[in-house]
Design a protein around this ligand. Sequence first.
Ligand SMILES: Cc1cc2nc3c(=O)[nH]c(=O)nc-3n(C[C@H](O)[C@H](O)[C@H](O)COP(=O)(O)OP(=O)(O)OC[C@H]3O[C@@H](n4cnc5c(N)ncnc54)[C@H](O)[C@@H]3O)c2cc1C
Length: 496
Amino acid sequence: MREAESDVVVVGAGNAGLCAAITAREAGARVEILEKAPFEERGGNSAFTGGLFRFAFDSFEQMKVLLPNYSPAEMDAVEVPPYNARAFADDCEEMTEGLADPTLVDILVKQSFPTMTWLQQHGVQWMLATGRQAFKSGNKFHFFGNLILEANGGGRGLVDALFRTAEKSGVEILYESKATNLKLDDQARVIGLEIQDSSGRRTIRCRSVVLASGGFQANAEMRCRYLGKDWELAKVRGTRFNTGEGIRMALNIGAQSFGHYSSCHAVAWDVQAPPMGDLAVGDGYQKHSYPLGIIVNREGKRFVDEGADFRNYTYAKYGREILKQPARLAFQIFDNKVIRMLRDEYRIRQVTKARANTIEQLADELTIDPQGLRQTIEEYNASVQDGDFNPSVLDGKRTRGITPPKSNWALRIDEPPFEGYAVTCGLTFTFGGLRVDKNAQVLDTEDHPIPGLYAAGELLGGLFYYNYAGGSGLMAGSVFGRIAGASAASRFSNLA
Ligand SMILES: Cc1cc2nc3c(=O)[nH]c(=O)nc-3n(C[C@H](O)[C@H](O)[C@H](O)COP(=O)(O)OP(=O)(O)OC[C@H]3O[C@@H](n4cnc5c(N)ncnc54)[C@H](O)[C@@H]3O)c2cc1C
């Protein structure tokens, strides 16, 4: 093993890894990032995102510091309900059936706003997410699901800003360099890594390692092993490089597995999307306007409550329901009343859709059983209750007497033309990972911190179970990335 060239080695150059690297560097450590992808595909899953962040704030007034380039008139054109720390923590608890680790949730929630400010200070520009997260009513945009800000340029803009900051501060980034194993000394301290790059296999030495190499969603064998039957058939929404090595390396040296290994974040994703994400399309294959219509399977049957809650609180679990349908297929059906309200992703070139003037014609074009679809729509239309439709609030305009119900935004599907979109299950990231303490230090199976090993991002277990509140992944990556970077660097300065 050669002498330590770095104090801190970060594995993975996504949002979490970059936040860790910048923080460690600013604390005075020599920092190297190992990134498995080539330069052109850098940025991990984070580069595929819409760049939306969930954070706690007491009032819109408080948030204005994050929007220095907005004029008072632009600020007046939006209605932003407060989302305080309690509300964010409650969402984490409710989404996860009370299983989320309270210590991790507390850190995530409390550090969310300061981390938004930190990201801004490190080159990320924030924008109001009026395009996807608000509906216009009168002359104001009303935000509905507590996701208010997105990074300028989306996920690509986010990581580009962080790469610029990291490079400027002197962080070394090695591309096409895959970490394969952790090295321990005879006191079970992490002292380096085995890596593989174009020159072959070698070992590098360092004083601490931050694992930020994502989940195992791009690894068919691990998907099948942990998530179960048919998950090897799901499409992967993001990077092809998150194949679970970080988790495996840590488990191999005695780290504690933690979190919901048999669950994941998965959404409705265009049926003709490629097997892995395509950076040129990003998150455009997702289809998230289903609360405005209904979802049926190939037999024409509904199988979820499309209006159970705002999209941000249901989309991450409905992909799993789609995977269970015949041929892993589902169809989102809308009528003319709502077509103009569909999100921008419904208007991309790479979309699998049909448009028709009758339900039978639509069914025929989409290969749905026409009788099944007609019957479902007749029963659904007959069950729709009166009430005012308002997509900015849980309007309670619901169905009665059908299963599953549609609990909000139930409008009849009766005005041609009709549109249908064919979707399948798109897997975003896996929930199982490693256990860390409040310093983001990885714990072993006896709950002892493993000297020199830290973790952040998708591979940190314990935050997400069953479901997920939109915008939490990037926020958690940044919050725990910063903590991991600071802890890894402080270990170095303590040793120095
Ligand atoms: C299409 C899409 C849209 C999304 N939209 C949002 C959103 O708007 N808001 C939100 O909060 N979340 C969103 N998410 C989820 C979000 O992407 C993740 O929660 C977050 O980006 C994870 O960050 P990370 O740094 O942990 O992982 P990543 O960004 O995936 O980074 C991990 C990096 O590790 C590298 N790597 C893997 N293995 C190795 C190895 N052995 N050696 C070296 N390097 C390795 C990978 O190449 C990758 O670059 C979205 C995800 C997708 C796919």
